[in-house]
Design a protein around this ligand. Structure first.
Ligand code: FE2
Ligand code: FE2
Length: 138
């Protein structure tokens, strides 16, 4: 399940759009690695899963910093939504640590398609009017 970027996903702030696009790209790399005809092995999948989960966390932190800087009034609710997903990621990491690498690799792109795509297309859009291109997220 490839994630495909669409211009309507833009939150009006380039560095965050770039992070969202990068999340799609990492997820698509995981799909490619899973579908390799010669058979992906756990050692191919493990680093991509780790990168995807770590990058998602980094993204949430950066996004929340941006919302704080913009004075976005619904930051607490948005943070709570991120936390729910972080809990799901923790469960997936536990599965990977138990050796269920392939199972995680096969559900993660679907999860991102169902969750992340919807999150970017709806929840992330709500701060759009509060940020502007010239803002520094740092
Ligand atoms: Fe986001
Ligand atoms: Fe978000």
């Amino acid at each position: 399940m490839y994630l495909v970027w669409h211009d309507s996903y833009s939150v009006g702030y380039g560095p965050i759009d770039a992070q969202h696009q990068n999340l799609f790209a990492i997820s698509n790399r995981l799909v490619d690695a899973t579908e390799k005809t010669d058979g992906a092995n756990d050692d191919d999948l493990r680093p991509i899963i780790a990168e995807l989960l770590a990058y998602t966390r980094t993204h949430f932190v950066d996004e929340e910093q941006l919302m704080a800087k913009a004075g976005y009034p619904d930051l607490a609710q948005h943070h709570a939504v991120h936390v729910v997903f972080e809990n799901q990621m923790r469960a997936l990491e536990a599965q990977v640590n138990k050796g269920e690498v392939r199972a995680v690799a096969s559900v993660l792109p679907q999860l991102l398609n169902d969750w992340l795509l919807d999150h970017i297309a709806t929840t992330d859009q709500r701060y759009r009017s509060h940020v502007h291109p010239g803002m520094d997220s740092a």
